[in-house]
Design a protein around this ligand. Structure first.
Ligand code: NI
Ligand code: MN
Length: 235
């Protein structure tokens, strides 16, 4: 069984059998977060791209816990220079961590990091197909809609975590089209209502997912978790 916890914005924790990982752990300074970075002790930290609202507390958590930060090549090297333990990868590649794997997928976005008064641009933005605790979860990262989401859907997704905020990513209408390409069992929206430009109605979105697609929409408030039910296959 895999439990997925929404930390807020695009930050999630996956946990199973006493082991956990973090995805895009922007916790300190995250207006939506209800928890503190120091209460998480992951074995790995998976990053979609370099924007500060995704890298978040990665370096501090890695230094404190020894967790490996897994990210695309330039971002991994940049965070290693800041003292994080890292493993680099790139699109199409699968990387193992303690208890699971992550495969990096394309995402249509950008990837830069505000480092003090400098803006650096480390690497490619990505999505991630994560296998952990018997579940397969797709984190789209920040992205526009693209037709190759159909290929990602062929991975057999239990859950798709997709942005709905519009402005910087897909909005709700394109996110609904993405669900039809991805064909997951469950859909969890993210990347909305953290900041004024991405204000959306997530309740309407999950209702539309459940009514208009074969998936079930799951709305999580920051701090809430969803236990991913085991799939009933082969009937
Ligand atoms: Ni971004
Ligand atoms: Mn973002």
């Amino acid at each position: 069984m895999t439990r997925i916890k929404f930390i807020g914005h695009a930050a999630f924790e996956l946990s199973t059998e006493g082991k956990s990982i973090l995805i895009d752990p922007f916790i300190t300074g995250n207006p939506a977060a209800t928890t503190a970075a120091d209460q998480y002790s992951p074995v790995a930290i998976l990053l979609s791209h370099a924007h500060n609202d995704h890298v978040g507390d990665s370096v501090e958590i890695s230094k404190r816990t020894g967790a490996t930060v897994i990210a695309t090549f330039e971002l991994a090297n940049f965070l290693a220079s800041k003292g994080a333990k890292t493993n680099d990868a790139s699109l199409g590649g699968t990387v193992a961590f303690d208890g699971g794997t992550v495969k990096f997928t394309p995402a249509w976005h950008s990837s830069s990091y505000e480092d003090g008064d400098q803006i650096v641009a480390p690497g490619m933005p990505a999505g991630m197909v994560v296998r952990f605790g018997g579940s397969t979860i797709y984190f789209a990262g920040d992205t526009a809609l693209f037709g190759d989401m159909r290929l990602i859907g062929e991975e057999g997704l239990d859950v798709a975590v997709i942005p709905i905020g519009d402005h910087y990513t897909m909005g709700p209408a394109d996110a609904l089209r993405a669900v039809k390409f991805l064909e997951p069992r469950f859909v969890i929206p993210c990347h909305y209502n953290t900041f004024p430009p991405i204000e959306q109605d997530p309740e309407a979105f999950v209702t539309n997912v459940t009514r208009q697609t074969n998936a079930k929409g799951v709305l999580l408030a920051p701090g809430e978790s969803f236990d991913i039910p085991a799939a009933v296959r082969g009937l």
